[in-house]
Design a protein around this ligand. Structure first.
Ligand SMILES: CC(=O)SCCNC(=O)CCNC(=O)[C@H](O)C(C)(C)COP(=O)(O)OP(=O)(O)OC[C@H]1O[C@@H](n2cnc3c(N)ncnc32)[C@H](O)[C@@H]1OP(=O)(O)O
Length: 542
């Protein structure tokens, strides 16, 4: 079976777009003429190996698919056969409802004779309908022709049959994690935990305090969504389990106080965490948990800044530059030039990204610079600022000392608002006039580089919002080094702006300059290429 997994998955991936449920039935005979029945298969060590391989192969050959190995028919045979009333004879007394009703059923059953095809397909459809609630127009496909060659090779590789080693199972199993955008490594962990758990599966999901140090934490899905995705997955995989999902605000959560727990599932990386749990349990007078370690999946597609294992942070970094939310309705704006509002906290590298976009062909509108222009002596804003903030702001040459003005407003919301009420309308006029000029010149894209675009509610002026983020500590370091201000001044400035998370909530595209310039360059290129594709589609639609 391990050898067949990759070809089965790659042929399946040619037919399936979204969810691939895997139902295991070793020895299922669809060609005997009699209708096969679903049976229980025992939880053996080999099964956990097959599950891990399945997910690691899936990550490489059909990464776009949401693969779920179904375990309703996995049960210790002794219990099922001993006439135990609690366990029915058939794994599916009634067909199980899955969160996505299957539309097509695929099998790797090998046909002995091509004339059998129709009968086998019908048999397969009836078998599937007994196990799961399927779409009324359930279609069936035999994957045999594609994987036949491999099977022939396999004949020579057959090992002597060994008695399968039973897998130790436990009544109550616990795991912990962030579970952001469920990926193959999560699914392996969850699937194997389901295999090990007979009664209850407790999952601690990182919340608030536990997320503070995560890379690109702003892109982590909300807690409620992560829980919803876990529930859906587990309900499909093993509906008989009592699943309890609780928020995790420290590294231990309920694992160190729950007396019923027997086993914790860990990876090589989190084994130390499991050992720490047992230390705390001992302090609390509780028995130690069995540490069941699973192998981490390797990520064949990882880049230089990503971890080798499949990880949520790598997946988050791949989202940078892509369209996270579709643009809102901007029919009130002229279609061209297409205007990108580029914003982000102070020190986040937004201006360097704006310059790269300019090099790719966009018209860059630097609002910090326009902001400085409106302080020119003699302008309306100049007089109003002096009226509001006093003439002690003046340099010897009668220009406004912006640094001194910054000291007065950053960290004082009321004073900052008094200033921005004066200057934002003036800057907005300048921005609009540059966009009009770009339209006259037939330019396709403008980038409005504005530090506080969202705070100023300038989203109406742009077609899309792009946000740059870096962690606050990194921003403070960059601001103090670049602008020669103190750490406190830098923090005050950052606190005058929306938090990264709040900005990301309003972003169509997110970028980050946290890594080497080359990494940023690739992100910007990706964002630009994807934008060009969107613009082409838009033009075709018009
Ligand atoms: C809607 C817009 O984004 S317009 C562009 C931003 N400009 C404004 O909001 C106008 C009000 N601000 C100002 O006039 C000036 O920033 C002053 C006078 C307060 C300070 O001037 P300077 O010392 O020359 O600083 P400068 O203008 O370069 O801004 C320094 C940082 O303050 C931030 N900043 C500017 N305005 C604001 C503001 N209204 N609220 C919060 N932060 C701000 C910028 O992000 C900039 O950091 P960055 O370059 O890393 O992004």
């Amino acid at each position: 079976l391990p050898l067949r997994i990759a070809p089965v998955l790659s042929s399946a991936a040619q037919l399936v777009e979204r969810t691939l449920y895997v139902h295991l039935h070793p020895g299922l005979n669809l060609g005997s003429g009699s209708q096969p029945r679903p049976v229980f298969i025992p939880p053996v060590v080999d099964l956990s190996t097959v599950i891990s391989r399945l997910y690691s192969n899936a990550a490489n050959v059909c990464g776009h698919l949401d693969v779920r190995v179904l375990l309703t028919n996995v049960h210790a045979q002794s219990a099922a056969c001993n006439g135990n009333q609690a366990i029915p004879n058939c794994p599916f007394p009634t067909p199980q409802s899955l969160s996505h009703s299957p539309e097509v059923v695929l099998t790797d059953f090998p046909l002995q004779d091509p004339g059998q095809s129709h009968q086998v397909k019908q048999c397969l459809q009836r078998y599937t309908g007994r196990c799961y609630v399927c779409s009324p127009s359930l279609h069936s496909e035999l994957l045999y022709p594609q994987i036949m060659k491999l099977q022939e090779k396999e004949e020579g590789l057959k090992e002597p049959e060994e008695k399968a080693k039973p897998l130790e199972t436990y009544s109550d199993v616990v795991v912990g994690g962030t579970f952001d955008r469920l990926h193959g490594a999560h699914r392996t962990l969850l699937n194997i935990s389901c295999l090990l758990a007979d009664r209850r599966f407790l999952i601690g999901v990182c919340d608030q305090a536990m997320l503070k140090k995560k890379v690109l934490k702003e892109l982590i899905q909300p807690y409620s969504l992560r829980v919803q995705k876990l529930e859906e997955f587990l309900q499909d995989v093993k509906p008989s389990l009592n699943v309890e999902i609780v928020p995790l605000d420290d590294p231990f959560g309920a694992s160190i106080v729950d007396p019923l727990l027997q086993c914790i599932v860990v990876s090589e990386e989190t084994r130390k965490g499991g050992e720490a749990v047992n230390k705390k349990r001992a302090e609390n007078g509780l028995p130690a948990l069995i540490l069941h370690e699973i192998q981490l999946l390797k990520d064949a597609h990882h880049t230089e800044i990503e971890e080798e294992k499949i990880s949520s942070s790598s997946l988050r970094s791949r989202l940078l530059g892509t369209l996270l939310t579709p643009p809102k309705d901007t029919s009130h704006l002229p279609p061209f030039p297409y205007v990108i509002g580029l914003t982000g906290g102070s020190g986040s590298g937004k201006s360097s990204i704006a310059r790269q976009l300019e090099a790719l062909g966009a018209v860059r509108i630097d609002c910090d610079k326009l902001g400085h222009e409106v302080y020119q002596p003699g302008t309306a804003a100049y007089h109003r600022v002096l009226e509001e903030f006093g003439s002690d702001l003046l340099n010897e040459d009668k220009t406004i000392n912006r640094r001194a003005l910054g000291k007065k407003v950053f960290g004082n919301q009321e004073r900052l608002k008094a200033l921005t009420d004066i200057v934002w309308p003036e800057i907005a006029l300048l921005v609009k006039s540059i966009i009009s000029q770009a339209r006259e010149e037939g330019k396709q894209v403008c980038v409005v580089d504005a530090a506080v675009l969202l705070e100023a509610s300038w989203t109406d002026m742009v077609h899309e919002v792009w946000v740059t983020v870096i962690p606050e500590e990194e921003a403070v370091t960059r601001i103090t080094e670049r602008d020669g201000v103190t750490k406190e001044e830098a923090l005050r400035r950052l606190q005058s702006q929306w938090s990264n998370s709040k900005q990301v909530e309003h972003a169509n595209v997110v970028l980050s300059t946290l890594w080497q310039p080359e990494v940023t360059r690739k992100q910007v290129l990706k964002a630009w290429d994807l934008l060009q594709k969107r613009l082409q589609k838009r033009q075709q639609a018009q």
